[in-house]
Design a protein around this ligand. Structure first.
Ligand code: C2E
Ligand code: MG
Ligand code: MG
Length: 598
């Protein structure tokens, strides 16, 4: 066997000798071959020398008949410093068996031939190096398989193993085990607006906070720490925690509360403060699941429930969550197919100019005609569509359908009609949204200023760059922009200054109370005045009574919509409304000309 020289950088040999006559020559031969040799007398403390020196090879001269060399070999093998060190033992013919059973890796017959000694030493060194490399790469493979590279926390596979182990132990000792799943709220947004690199850094910092928050010394954390509460990264922005030997079930809630609390301080990244909240689901074995899969499933259900409560909270799993989840999943599956099954319909609600009671436009309002559930209200399925992203294809359908309908009405002679279409924030943030709108305008040949896109107050309130850019682009292509449900967002008013808006729609909840001249009236009149100062048109939503209308008239509100004039109706019923409108316009016209003539 030829041994490659390059595998032997600076190999270091410890030579334990009993003073045999060939030792001097052998030492010289080895040194001449480029090996570093340290000679140690037989009576010195071999084990401590091994520990301090950590040689790559131990060479033992076991020539003397009293067996000291063999005992040294055994001692080296048994020591932690020497257990993996290759040992080359030089001894007389006939002792080979004894040498191997003392732990020698290889044996050379004494007196050793220098060439054989060098060759065997090199062979052993190369083998040892190869062994070490295999071990290192196996360790790093294990590291890869069980630990998350970004946060260095145990990963999903490791967590499942730990959880399985603890569940079995908990079963034997009849103690509860809790699994917590934590998902960062709106992490996707952070990733998209600030970039993945910063997102990764944020995850690392969150991981550190999680660990830290479990290391405090009050009762809950102490118990968590004593029993080895485990934090793992499940992937993406999801973390998992395992709590064992809980003194009381409520402790899991206290740990969750502490974690939420630990996230309150903003994270400083790239000179910017980032506020992070999370949703946590808690499931406790054996009640919420006695095996890994079912327990994690329950924790996940609870976590989604926490998300739907608006995030920044924790929920214990409850049976009823599952039913709600199943219902939602069914609804989602059905909604997914609603477009292709032609189950979506647009209703239209007239928009009235308050000064002359003329019809000036329509708002398109989506309806879902479900074969079993009947007509599902947008309030029920729009949030679901937003959460799942289904709002993107659905919203595109709405925009195209409403635009085509408007074009048809224009062709029929009602070219003064405007169309308001509701747009979800999720749509605005789609990279193709503006070009989709342009395409629909081109396809229908509509005058862009006849189209008004309504964005909700909560979506402009977020004030993020993507939304702002989309709105600016939309204004450039000439469509009008309205802020819908004004007053419901607990908002700061800065967006009214910063965003390129045309119209402000006062939410129905204020209009409801205007006629009684209380706070709603004060707010509404102030909002109208403010909007006019900002050059915005004001639309009042949900006008149901003449009293409300007369209040709005007195305060110069520009337009309104509501059941007083019409409920939202299908396009087929709009024909009649338009015909009425034409009649009353003509009547007014002839009234005016008679006045003039008179
Ligand atoms: P919105 O855009 O503020 O629409 C006005 C809502 O008020 C409509 O509810 C309408 O039917 C209702 N409404 C109008 N006048 C009156 C009234 O006098 N009294 C009462 N009590 N209610 C009145 P709808 O159609 O159920 O829609 C609810 C919400 O769903 C809409 O609020 C809008 O935010 C959303 N939505 C509807 N269609 C779409 C759509 O195509 N895309 C998106 N993203 N959201 C939509
Ligand atoms: Mg609207
Ligand atoms: Mg509204």
């Amino acid at each position: 066997m030829s041994v490659p020289e390059e595998t032997m950088e600076n190999p270091h040999i410890l030579f334990l000798t009993s003073g045999s006559p060939w030792v001097l020559a052998a030492t010289r031969t080895l040194s001449d071959a480029g090996l570093k040799v340290e000679v140690l007398a037989n009576d010195a403390d071999l084990v401590s020398t091994l520990e301090s020196l950590r040689p790559d090879l131990l060479l033992i001269d076991a020539d003397s008949s009293d067996g000291e060399g063999f005992d040294a070999c055994k001692a080296a093998r048994r020591s932690s410093a020497g257990e993996n060190t290759p040992i080359l033992l030089v001894t007389e013919q006939g002792n080979t068996e004894r040498a191997y059973s003392a732990g020698a890796t290889d044996v050379v017959i004494s007196p050793p031939d220098p060439a054989i000694l060098i060759h065997r030493s090199r062979a052993l060194l190369a083998a040892a190096r190869a062994f070490q490399e295999v071990r290192k790469s196996r360790e790093s493979l294990e590291q890869l398989a069980y630990f998350d590279r970004l946060t260095a926390l145990p990963n999903r596979a490791m967590f499942r193993e730990l959880l399985g182990h603890e569940l079995a132990r908990g079963q034997r000792s009849q103690t509860p085990v809790a699994a917590l799943l934590l998902d960062i709220d709106r992490f996707k947004e952070i990733n998209e607006t600030r970039g993945y690199k910063l997102g990764d850094q944020l995850l690392e910092m969150v991981a550190a906070r999680l660990l830290q928050s479990l290391r405090k010394t009050d009762y809950v954390a102490r118990s968590a720490e004593d029993t080895g509460a485990q934090v793992a990264r499940q992937g993406g922005d999801e973390f998992a925690l395992l709590l064992t030997d809980l003194a009381q079930l409520d402790d899991a809630g206290r740990v969750a509360q502490r974690i939420l609390q630990s996230l309150v301080q903003p994270f400083v990244l790239g000179g910017e403060e980032i506020f992070v909240t999370a949703s946590i689901g808690i499931a406790i074995a054996p009640n919420d699941g006695s095996d890994v899969d079912s327990l994690l499933q329950s924790a996940e259900t609870a976590m989604y429930c926490a998300k739907r409560q608006g995030g920044n909270n924790f929920q214990f799993y409850a049976e009823s969550m599952n039913e709600a989840m199943v219902k939602r999943l069914e609804l989602e599956a059905n909604l997914r197919r609603s477009v292709e099954r032609d189950q979506l319909v647009l209703f239209y609600q007239p928009l009235i100019d308050i000064s002359n009671r003329q019809l000036v436009g329509m708002e398109a309002l989506l309806r879902w005609m479900h074969h079993d559930l009947g007509m599902v209200s947008p309030a029920e399925f729009i949030p679901l569509a937003e959460e799942t992203g289904l709002i993107v294809p659905i919203g595109r359908w709405v925009l195209r359908t409403a635009s085509r309908q408007l074009h048809r009405w224009h062709v029929d002679g009602f070219e003064w009609l405007r169309m308001a279409v509701n747009i979800a924030n999720r749509q605005l943030r789609e990279p193709d949204f503006v070009s989709d709108v342009q395409e629909i305008l081109d396809e229908t040949g509509l005058d862009p200023s006849r189209l008004e896109l309504e964005v909700t107050e909560t979506s402009v309130m977020k004030n993020d760059q993507k939304t702002l850019e989309a709105l600016q682009e939309l204004r450039k292509i000439g469509v009008r922009l309205a802020v819908d449900d004004f007053g419901t967002g607990h908002s700061v008013l800065t967006y009214l200054r910063d965003f390129p808006l045309n119209t402000l729609k006062i939410d129905r909840s204020f209009i409801n109370g205007v006629a009684t001249e209380g706070k709603d009236a004060a707010i509404t009149s102030a909002v109208i005045a403010m909007a006019h100062r900002l050059d915005l048109r004001v639309v009042a939503e949900g006008v149901e009574t003449e009293d409300q209308l007369s209040f709005l008239t007195r305060h110069d509100c520009d337009e309104c919509q509501g059941f007083l004039f019409s409920r939202p109706v299908p396009a087929s019923e709009i024909g009649e409304i338009l015909a009425d409108e034409i009649r009353s316009r003509r009547a007014r016209q002839s009234g005016k000309s008679q006045l003039k003539a008179g």
